[in-house]
Design a protein around this ligand. Sequence first.
Ligand code: ADP
Ligand code: MG
Length: 332
Amino acid sequence: ENTVARIAAGEVVERPASAVKELLENSLDADADTVDVTVEEGGTELIRVADDGHGMREADVRAAVREHTTSKIDGLEDLESGVATLGFRGEALHTIGSVSRVTIQSRPQDGDGNGGAGTKLVYEGGEVTSVEPTGCPAGTIVEVDDLFYNTPARRKFLKTTATEFAHVNRIVTRYALANPDVAVSLTHDGREVFATTGQGDLQAAVMAVYGREVASAMISLDADDLPPGPLESVSGLVSHPETNRSSREYLATYVNGRAVTADAIREGIMGAYGTQLGGDRYPFVTLFLEVPGDAVDVNVHPRKREVRFDDDDAVRRQVDAAVESTLLEHGL
Ligand code: ADP
Ligand code: MG
């Protein structure tokens, strides 16, 4: 059973960033106002996600690491929009804990968890090794130590600390931008990389994450008249063409609130900028697309969150038009 979990883990928990993503989603699901992510050595030594969400009682903490016990789907819509964490519902903590040492400390917001205290549970290599009362703030702290300690082959595939951290940074950035009403911070090896206030709008979150220079180059997307196609709306921020980078990493795109990548979206954006960017340069973009769930094909690459649309051409034209009209309006 543990072997099966471990093999499954290798497929789903590819690297520290995959674990960070799951923990961050759990904190947001728990309605946290504040989520602090701390990693050491790119997340290979330690991942710690602390939130002030609704927290858990002892029985819930025990259930949280059990296989399949919490499996739930947010409804048909979630499945259809296809951008749910496919094949991973209710199994994240169980799976991560089969290839690391997971420590959960939690205390519910409403009422006492464990005789007034919280609960601390250690789950190691797929076994619960201790459960005890603990003093902890209301909310939840999940720590993942020594990821892949028992799967040397997987551990060997990890890249340098800098590369693993870049993946973590990208994930946390995506969630911070999509949730400007949540204060999200990221700390790596003792250094705070960014912290959003949770009280601002998208522009404020962009400023916290990318800095003043980039934030001041961002233009609000103004797209009233989309050409025909599946997209119901396109909103967000795009950068002045002069503010660009040599990596696609700063194209943060969301479909129905979930961070995804899609060729049609990227091509639409790049088409709108045309020759204004030098070769191999990419703008900073944070774009939110709304689309009926049945227009998205999710089976391209669920883990990487790559999606395709039934009508990719129409989506490309719509994104292109939305970005281009915004740039034109600013004389660009
Ligand atoms: P899923 O999120 O798909 O249910 P997980 O393994 O990620 O599966 O989490 C299992 C369960 O543990 C969640 O459904 C939730 O009830 C609980 N849980 C996990 N993390 C938190 C958290 N940060 N705050 C509150 N509850 C949590
Ligand atoms: Mg989860």
